[in-house]
Write a protein that binds this ligand. Structure first.
Ligand code: MN
Length: 320
């Protein structure tokens, strides 16, 4: 993989600071998730906090979890965001404080809107398959919708676009090339699963006023001339009307994009707020067992909130 684009520099686009397309490979890092899973965290990273309203991107696997617990994330709270569960292999059992109990399988959308408060757990179910491979993503809610009612949606039937030249795209969330996911959104954005057959040479129509990033999920592909190995995130900026995609072998990507999110947000632990007070109150409410409700049926204790940082936290924009 080329590292010519390893420049964690800000590239403002949208608003007054518009710039054109860029090709920046974003550094990810290994992060433990729960007790038995390690994920690659692509957003936020050293140079960038958001792509559109997408504010958190983890890619995990493919992991062989035969005879192992697999994913075991105990009950924990969220505020001010939506979570997107997207699997390529395996299954994840979702429980939440609304009483939802849903197995999410490959190519199905698990979409949880925390709104003002929700709690959930995620686990590899008993008798799970051998492989676990997927992505966990968050979307920040705009200020006027961040206190919306919590909800969980499961969509097994998502629109698929034939992009020609070997490309097919499943619209996971938002809109792509006129196809719209049934998942509820609160700002203009897209999340799509791109499948590139061996020999793909295609140009995917995209929105000039969206910023985009491509997350390589499997195989080796080329996005706007940049070769990507699985787990790499390529930030693309905005100003494109089409995105060139190539692959010599079968491969897949997630395309994430949206209107640049102009609000400053404060992300800490599992909360998206607008101020230190928001975060402190959410933490306190979780620790005192108010606001978030109970997740029933998970075999284990709920997560305790970590200590707040000693230094004050400030809301920040989408680039560092
Ligand atoms: Mn969560």
């Amino acid at each position: 993989m080329s590292n010519l684009d390893l420049r964690p520099a800000p590239h403002p686009c949208g608003g007054n600071g518009r710039t054109g397309p860029v090709r920046d490979v974003q550094p990810g890092k290994q992060v433990p998730l729960g007790e038995s899973t390690v994920v690659r965290r692509l957003l936020p990273n050293l140079g960038r906090r958001m792509v559109g309203a997408w504010c958190f991107v983890d890619h995990y696997g493919p992991d062989d979890i035969a005879g192992e617990p697999g994913m075991q994330v105990p009950p924990h709270p969220h505020t001010g965001l939506q979570t997107v569960s997207w699997l390529r292999e395996g299954e994840v059992l979702h429980r939440d404080s609304l009483g939802s109990l849903q197995t999410v399988r490959p190519r199905e959308l698990g979409l949880m809107t925390s709104g003002r408060a929700i709690a959930h757990s995620e686990e590899s179910p008993a008798g799970h398959g051998r492989l676990l491979h997927g992505a966990q993503l968050w979307v920040a809610l705009p200020a006027e919708r961040r206190d919306t009612a919590p909800a969980f949606e499961h969509h097994a039937d998502l629109p698929v676009i034939d992009g020609g030249g070997g490309l097919s795209a499943t619209v996971v969330l938002g809109e792509l090339a006129g196809a719209v996911s049934p998942g509820t959104t609160y700002s203009p954005l897209v999340g799509a699963d791109l499948t590139l057959a061996a020999g793909t040479d295609a140009r995917l129509p995209v929105e000039a006023d969206f910023e985009y990033a491509a997350l390589a999920i499997s195989g080796e592909s080329e996005v706007d001339g940049v070769r990507l190995a699985p787990g790499a995130l390529l930030y693309l900026g905005c100003g494109r009307t089409e995105l060139p995609l190539r692959a010599d072998s079968d491969s897949s990507l997630m395309l994430l994009g949206g209107e640049p999110f102009e609000e400053k947000i404060l992300m800490w632990w599992n909360f998206v707020g607008r101020s230190q007070e928001d975060i402190e109150k959410a933490r306190e409410d979780w620790m005192t067992g108010t606001r978030f409700g109970e997740v029933h049926g998970y075999d284990g204790e709920r997560l305790r909130a970590p200590a707040l940082p000693a230094v004050p936290m400030k809301p920040r924009g989408r680039v560092h």
